[in-house]
Write a protein that binds this ligand. Structure first.
Ligand code: SAM
Length: 344
């Protein structure tokens, strides 16, 4: 296959700016829709249909999209899934991207159950940041939420990442009646370890998750309860936010507490990201099911890099304000595709 490649000399970055004045510098790529866990809020009760293998974009195709995105001003890429470590030779992709773009801020989001001591290699390849999803520190509850008895794998991976100097963020889906009783455990974990523990409000994604409104645990509530347990401190101006997370220090603690509020306090006006799904579709907004088929373009020899870049740029111009979609539709009709395919 031949492609017109934009060489570094002729690069003329045209920023990915949209009609709301937002500029994209962050790309999230779902490397697979497969996952080894069966999380109650993510997994369909009647089984999950997976994307056929031939429709999953290859590592080379991902690298080509990353090359184009970097040319258009993207400086941060997150590899997610599904479970990225569930895809064969996942570290080959990490290596490929960092060897092409040594300055790229390449981050991972993982459930950390399949990392098996890979933190050392990740650090050596140049990965500095890793987000680890963990909703409970209770072994039985972990099994109930995820369908797998793998809590120990996760805690071991967290230790391993910290031992190799990776910056760790723990992402916890806030689930009232399920993990709200563990707030003291999470707060204490953030106090005793140099990690950010970030509670994420549950989002109505997909149609089959075992969740209902009574499980919604708002960030305001979490903050109020956490303040009774520790003294939360205001951080320096530049540190108060990390992406969509609002962060607090913990007096006498090593880590920080964060809240991500897609539902109670959306952050659409500052959204700086695009998503590539595991089957090579471009999604400009998490709450919109509208997708642009990049995979077909990637596989057509006559389509050049410039063609693909133009399509990405044009799609981004029309990037919606997700909150308007949420308000306009009934919540359970929004974003019918589940997180594993979009890339959570
Ligand atoms: N397997 C990887 C992991 O576990 O981090 C990456 C994919 S997973 C879909 C990414 C994150 O999305 C996880 O933290 C998961 O808990 C979260 N998530 C999934 N469905 C969600 C929902 N409906 N609302 C909020 N967070 C959700």
């Amino acid at each position: 296959m031949t492609h017109t490649t934009i060489s570094p000399q002729t690069k003329s970055p045209i920023a990915l700016t949209d009609s709301h004045g937002r500029t994209v510098n962050y790309l999230r790529v779902s490397v697979t829709d497969r996952c080894n866990l069966r999380c109650m809020y993510c997994w369909s009760a009647d089984g999950m249909k997976f994307i056929p293998h031939e429709n999953i974009i290859s590592y080379e195709e991902i690298a080509r999209l990353v090359d184009l995105s970097v040319d258009m001003g993207v400086s941060k890429v997150r590899l997610t899934g599904g479970e990225p470590f569930a895809r064969r030779n996942f570290l080959d992709l990490v290596k490929m991207l960092l060897s092409r773009h040594p300055d790229l801020d390449l981050r991972l989001t993982t459930n950390a159950t399949m990392m098996n001591g890979k933190a050392k290699e990740l650090a050596a390849l140049g990965v500095r940041h890793i987000n680890i999803s963990l909703d409970t520190f209770d072994r039985n509850k972990f099994q109930n939420i995820t369908g797998r008895d793998m809590l120990r794998n996760v805690t071991r991976s967290i230790d391993d990442c910290l031992a190799h100097g990776l910056k760790v963020k723990i992402n916890t889906v806030a689930l009232k009646g399920i993990n709200d009783d563990e707030l003291p455990v999470f707060v204490n974990f953030a106090k005793s370890n140099p990690v950010d523990v970030r509670f994420i409000e549950f989002m109505p994604m997909g149609s089959c998750s075992a969740w209902n409104e009574s499980n919604f645990w708002s960030a305001d509530d979490i903050l109020k309860e956490a303040s009774k347990l520790v003294v939360l401190t205001k951080l320096e101006k530049g540190e108060r936010r990390s992406g969509p997370a609002k962060l607090f220090g913990i007096e006498g603690g090593k880590g920080r507490l964060g809240l991500i509020t897609p539902m109670s306090n959306h952050f659409c006006s500052s959204c700086n990201r695009l998503r590539i799904t595991a089957n090579g579709m471009l999604r400009t907004c998490l709450f919109s099911d509208s997708e642009i088929d990049l995979r077909t373009m990637l596989r057509k020899p006559s389509i050049t890099d410039t063609d693909i870049a133009n399509v990405m740029r044009e799609a981004n111009v029309n990037k919606p304000l997700g909150v308007e979609l949420l308000n306009a539709k009934k919540q359970n009709e929004v974003a019918l595709k589940r997180m594993n395919a979009i890339g959570g």
